[in-house]
Design a protein around this ligand. Structure first.
Ligand SMILES: [Zn+2]
Length: 370
């Protein structure tokens, strides 16, 4: 072990000291953002770059396409190659967004009212007719067990507000069905309108409550199962909506160490979390204590995440690895998918070799131990 990896392991140990110990070497992989369109096509990407929208500067802009059957199947192949000592295959818990904007209807109503299509409708519109079968295969084989990331991945209220302004670039983005561009003048905390739970006033709360309820209903109708765990996009949330999550059957919340939350005075401030913590409504929290982002420019191989996993295990904590769809899809850039899948393969191989008693678990199985 070199000095850098020793240092990373020590930092990870320090971060993992607080919170509930499980005392078993459990590996959970949680990947966010499935279901959302993000960058619709190579053509849209080229149009946006030509209009001066810097999507080429972001790994999401370059790589984060709607998933296709072949992306999911490539993941299933890698996951099923690796088994733990109980004979359980590796598993990813994809956190899903269940809807995308209905651009036609929003334009028709003069950008006054947010309208959406379900993720199944989006797949249909993109010509991916076999997607729900592919999802079903992953769920049935316990390789790809979905959880909930919100109805859509867009701060809809702010996005519509921007669309009602006279800004040429946001309308070019809209015409290319791209919703993740915020013009100047919008709060940094709501950058690119990605955090759906960022609102400017109390009047947005009802809409957020409805979006949670409808999102969970679309999840159940599409996947034929219920979500157990929620993760708030971009680590921004409104805790007064905890009761809505509980009412809709979600009992667990995967969080980073620190999350931005709207308080009773309407201001957003950071709140710290530890694993095992419980809200007054009975929602249990667990912290994602590792991260794996092979499409990140600064990515230098699996040693970083291995140090984090080691830190978690040394403290008797599960290793909960956060990652994103952008690392594993190839609709815009086939090389991106190959790289991400290859790194995942390397990671799983290294984990089993280093910790032969590791246990692969979905978020559903892991959270039931808390
Ligand atoms: Zn997300």
């Amino acid at each position: 072990m070199n000095f850098q990896s020793l240092k990373r392991s020590l930092v990870s140990v320090f971060k993992n000291i607080p919170g509930k110990r499980i005392g078993r070497k459990i590996l959970v992989i949680e990947a966010d953002d499935w279901g959302s369109i993000r960058m619709p096509s190579k053509k849209a990407f080229a149009n946006l770059v030509a209009a001066g929208i810097p999507v080429d500067k972001s790994r999401y802009g370059r790589n984060d396409a709607l998933e296709r059957s072949e992306d999911l199947e490539a993941l299933f192949n890698v996951l099923s190659k690796h088994t733990d000592q109980r004979g359980r295959k590796a598993v990813i818990s994809p956190f899903c967004n269940m809807a995308n904007p209905d651009f036609g209807r929003i334009k028709e109503n003069g950008y006054q009212v947010y309208e959406y299509e379900t993720f199944e409708e989006t797949y249909g519109r993109y010509g991916s007719t076999n997607m729900m079968n592919t999802w079903k295969q992953g769920i049935t084989a316990n390789l790809f067990v979905p959880q909930f990331h919100g109805r859509e991945h867009i701060a809809t209220e702010l996005w519509l507000k921007a669309l009602r302004m006279d800004d040429k670039r946001i309308h070019i983005a809209f015409e290319n069905e791209y919703a993740s561009f915020s013009p100047a003048g919008f709060p940094a905390q709501a950058r690119d309108f990605r955090p759906n739970f960022y609102i400017e006033s109390e009047s947005g709360l009802q809409g957020l409550k409805r979006s949670l309820e409808e999102g969970i209903d679309i999840f159940k109708a599409g996947f034929k199962c219920s979500p157990d765990v929620f993760n708030a996009p971009n680590a921004v949330f409104v805790p007064s909506l905890n009761s809505t999550l509980i009412e809709k059957g979600i009992r667990f919340n995967a969080v980073p160490h620190k999350r931005l939350e709207r308080n009773e005075r309407g201001a957003y401030e950071h709140k710290n979390y530890v694993t095992g913590q419980e809200s007054s409504e009975g929602l249990k929290y667990y912290v994602r204590n590792c991260n794996f982002e092979p499409s990140e420019g600064s990515y230098k191989g699996i040693s970083h995440v291995l140090s984090q996993i080691q830190g978690a295990f040394l403290c008797g904590k599960a290793a909960v690895v956060g990652t994103h769809r952008v690392n594993f899809v190839g609709g815009l850039n086939e090389a991106n998918r190959k790289h991400g899948i290859n790194e995942l393969d390397n990671l799983l191989f290294a984990v089993v070799k280093r910790w032969p008693d590791v246990e692969f678990m979905s978020s559903k199985e892991f959270s039931s131990l808390l």
